[in-house]
Write a new protein. Structure first.
Length: 271
């Protein structure tokens, strides 16, 4: 790194220590970067040329006009998002947090349909994780329970591949199951306070199964105490609802270790 760049970074660090507003914005940007890291499984990008242009623009900026600093940082972030192929990522400001907590945007249905259409139907180039052991390990890491891979599988279907994706500004695991002729997508995440907002079309194991249609695709979803699950298929609505209902009936919520009987390692509760 050149001396001028070292001095510039030192100035940035010092400014962040003195300016609470800029420090807050930088923290939000860090959260966005972490979401990006989880969203993609290390898809390669070639950003040397872009990085050079952005650094050149930053060096030409007048020193310490905060609005211009964040304009440059925002430009760099937006360009990076375009390179890795993210459709849309938004980091909510503090004033927005109350309105976004507790509800999933209605766009989740369209986002799930779009991901299935691009990545499964059209076979867009993506980096997938294959192998049952590898997929189980990733699901265990992200959700805490590798058994979900088998619990979600419809009858006569088996897991084929998995990747990390983003729906409605939240990170999901995209699991693709096949019966040899058809492929269906399950999108899975640990619940983070969100609530699905689609119409209830069925009920399974006390869980409401919601759904929507997007062009020729059918989407159904449900929530347990711990998980949010959506399924997308090109098959008829009732078949897609059956896929979701089967999963809703199969998915187990893992409760804490029983304090009354510590010999039992864990209690599995149907919710």
């Amino acid at each position: 790194m050149k001396c001028a760049e070292v001095e510039y970074l030192a100035e940035v660090e010092q400014h962040l220590k003195e300016c609470a507003a800029c420090a807050h914005e930088m923290a939000l940007q860090k959260q966005s970067d972490e979401m990006l890291h989880d969203t993609l499984l290390s898809e390669p990008v070639h950003d040397d040329e872009l990085r050079g242009r952005v650094q050149a623009e930053i060096r030409q900026m007048p020193r310490w006009l905060p609005s211009r600093l964040w304009l440059a940082l925002g430009t760099a972030a937006a360009a990076a998002l375009l390179l890795v192929g993210i459709r849309f990522i938004y980091v909510p400001a503090a004033s927005d947090s109350a309105s976004t907590t507790g509800q999933v945007s209605a766009s989740i249905w369209a986002d799930a349909a779009d991901d299935h259409n691009e990545e499964v139907v059209k076979r867009a180039q993506r980096k997938w994780l294959y192998g049952t052991a590898e997929i189980n390990a990733m699901v265990a890491e992200k959700t805490g329970d590798a058994k979900l891979v088998a619990q979600l599988a419809p009858e006569h279907y088996h897991i084929d591949r998995m990747r990390i994706c983003e729906l409605a500004m939240r990170t999901y695991l995209h699991l693709v199951y096949t019966d040899g002729r058809h492929e269906i997508s399950f999108f899975l995440r640990r619940r983070g306070g969100e609530q699905l907002t689609g119409p209830t079309l069925a009920e399974s194991n006390g869980r409401a199964v919601e759904g929507e249609s997007v062009e020729k695709l059918q989407i159904a979803g449900f929530q347990s105490q711990r998980y949010t699950v959506l399924v997308v298929s090109e098959q008829p609505r009732q078949q897609t609802l059956d896929f979701a209902s089967h999963a809703a009936n199969s998915v187990l919520d893992v409760a804490a270790i029983s304090v009354h009987n510590p010999v039992i390692p864990a209690v599995l509760l149907l919710h």
